[in-house]
Design a protein around this ligand. Sequence first.
Ligand code: R5P
Length: 311
Amino acid sequence: MLKIFSGSSNKPLAEKVCKILKTTLSSIELHVFPDGEKRVRVIDSVVGQDCVVIQSTSKPVDENYMELFFIVDALRRSGAKTVTVVIPYLGYQRQDHVFRDGEAVSLGVIIKNLEGLGVGKIISFDLHSIKIPELFNIPVSHLSALPLFAEKIKKMVNGPASRQGGQGSMVDCSLVSPDMGGVRRIKKLSELLENMSYVTIVKNRDLNTGEVSTEKIDGKVFKRAVIVDDMISSGKTIVAAAQLLKDNGAEEISVMATHPVFSEGCSDLLQNSIVSRVLVTDSIDIPKEKQFPKLEVLSIADMIVREIDGR
Ligand code: R5P
């Protein structure tokens, strides 16, 4: 029997996983001292047990990583047989190599820590680059929310609104990659949807101001468009892509992104934008104050259970 532990970053997801597995979260004591230091103590006996820790390393990224490291260390010291770590959203994944001379490879530092602490396996979702698993010396299961999005899109294009207009088919909707980095992802989604047509946008980001501009769009834009991305942080990529799609004839624009990073101001930006709905997953727990009417959250709990439990 697996023992499931949760850090404090995404307990709702860990609880959903436990519910599917018909079990409860194993006990852990997390104490924060007045100076901010944390103390972690495993309460349940884990001797000889296979343990799973669920922790998203979203904001506050460093705190969530430290907490995860301490939980893994506590489990190993308490005699756990194996420790699998589910990091639905892997913080620092965008710093996977040196971009400019003198930079640290932050993700490399994280990997050294996880491996050094004795983690046996990592499970994560929609990593920014397909090369990230190769940076680890332990097995990494790289899962994807694309099948969830594909199901949603199938329902969307075959739904009642489409049937009324008599146009309900895969052919009058465009999938959209908002930048060249997402081309592989959009091709994969297209394959899951009977080769639905897709377009790609060439995007530029000013590294000093963070402002996003679009250069051009490749492919035919239909009246309905679905922008698909790995994460939404400032929301600027989505807003710029949506504007370009509208300028090219799109009338109904939906957004699907795995990780709702949602930095300051992002929720308002998306709610007040021309997009009609924003679908994300629960890879990151979204606090109430960042939720907004156009938002819909799909759960990855089932996929995690299939991976850890071999269902
Ligand atoms: C970029 O390469 C990523 O795939 C996302 O498009 C990007 O991280 C989104 O960031 P933002 O919401 O700040 O534009």
